[in-house]
Write a protein that binds this ligand. Structure first.
Ligand code: F6R
Length: 365
């Protein structure tokens, strides 16, 4: 049932404040502002490293997770798309832990990666939406994302719930490993707790602007997305969302890679979507944006109030979000990315919930 939404995808985008709140309640003790025992079903303290494998959007959630596990838990992360991971014959040690991220829990390549890790003696955790799935069954610990059924082929709420769970696990791992103090834990958890309310506010705030911008995007043949730090995987997720439902060619790049190739593409016909909260990478990303502007590129700048005030560069549009802590920024900045892709596809008249050539669950390699 789509309720009063035109598509399941739209419904699922607007459900995010509610389902994120469910996901967090499973991992977080809001009375104490601590990470709870459900996040500790794998022994991250004893782990010498973490291997993460997944496909598509779930892989991009894992890539954000890598930044978090390395930063908060000082745990080195090896991550790859499952179709490469399973065949790389990489040396693994039984002292490592492994996480497999999958909405459906049935993705063939992700399952094969899991079995490869199990054969190498690693402890296996599954970050899944479908708790009765094969991937969940074959894991030592299941970390449900609690998103509820996701019908739209393009993943939206599963992505942000995967992020919320990975953030909780990384903070929990940091606590277990002594790299996150009790005080830092409380501060981080308080930020997570604010997320559902901020998401609702942002969804209402940006909707009209996303709809009008989508008209511009629908005229384009190619779109480039740039970001640094955790905004780099978001740039790739933005590009993936746009291409799969609007069929517009899009690429996501690390902002610093711009001058190593993609800058050759910049002209007035290809919008460049820059994702840059006012974080410790902001100035660097703005200097990449400057390189785009200097070549006549049209910029769609997704930033926050502090970033909008700090940059004087001319843009085609600036999407200004509230200032949020960096632990929740990836989830908040997912919203404009999802809505831009959604409205562009709606405007172009594609089959948003069932894009051509795609299946919701990929059980063949
Ligand atoms: C993109 C999308 C796909 C899936 C991928 C993995 O919007 O939905 O890229 O993320 O096929 O699927 P799961 O998470 O079921 O393993």
């Amino acid at each position: 049932d789509k309720g009063n939404h035109r598509h399941f995808m739209e419904k699922e985008i607007y459900e995010q404040p509610e389902v994120i709140s469910h996901a967090l309640s499973h991992y977080v003790d809001f009375a104490e502002n601590t990470i709870g025992p459900n996040a500790a079903a794998i022994d991250f303290k004893a782990a010498t490293g973490l291997a993460i494998s997944a496909c598509g959007t779930a892989y991009l959630a894992g890539l954000v997770g890598k930044y978090w596990f390395e930063r908060y838990a000082r745990l080195p992360v090896e991550i790859d798309v499952a179709s490469e991971f399973r065949y790389r014959e990489m040396p693994l040690s039984s002292s490592q832990a492994a996480l497999f991220i999958s909405q459906s829990g049935e993705t063939a390549d992700t399952l094969a990666s899991l079995r490869y890790c199990r054969d190498n003696g690693l402890k296996i955790g599954a970050v899944v939406n479908v708790r009765e799935s094969t991937i969940a069954r074959e894991s030592d610990a299941v970390f449900p994302i609690m998103a509820g059924p996701e019908i739209g082929v393009a993943s939206t709420k599963a992505f942000t719930c995967q992020l919320a769970v990975l953030a909780s696990l990384a903070i929990g791992a940091g606590k277990a490993r002594g790299t996150v103090s009790a005080e830092e834990e409380r501060a981080l958890v308080r930020h997570l707790a604010e997320m559902p309310r901020i998401m609702s506010r942002v969804l209402n705030l940006i909707q009209p602007q996303m709809e009008s911008l989508s008209r511009e995007l629908s005229k384009c043949k190619d779109v480039l997305y740039l970001g640094r730090g955790t905004s780099f995987p978001l740039a790739m997720e933005g590009a993936l969302k746009l291409k799969e439902i609007s069929y517009i060619h899009a690429e996501g790049y690390a902002a610093g890679e711009l001058k190593h190739g993609p800058i050759a593409l910049i002209d007035e016909n290809m919008p460049v979507i820059v994702i840059a909260p006012y974080d410790r990478f902001f100035e660097k990303t703005v200097s990449n944006m400057q390189e785009v502007a200097a070549r006549g590129g049209r910029i769609i700048f997704i930033t926050d109030e502090a970033g909008a005030a700090a940059s004087k560069l001319p843009t085609m549009a600036t999407i200004t979000l509230p200032v949020v802590d960096e632990i929740i920024a990836p989830m908040i900045f997912s919203l404009p990315i999802q809505l831009l892709a959604y409205h562009t596809a709606v405007f172009m008249g594609t089959d948003v919930d069932q894009p051509r050539n795609l299946a919701k669950s990929v059980t063949v390699e």
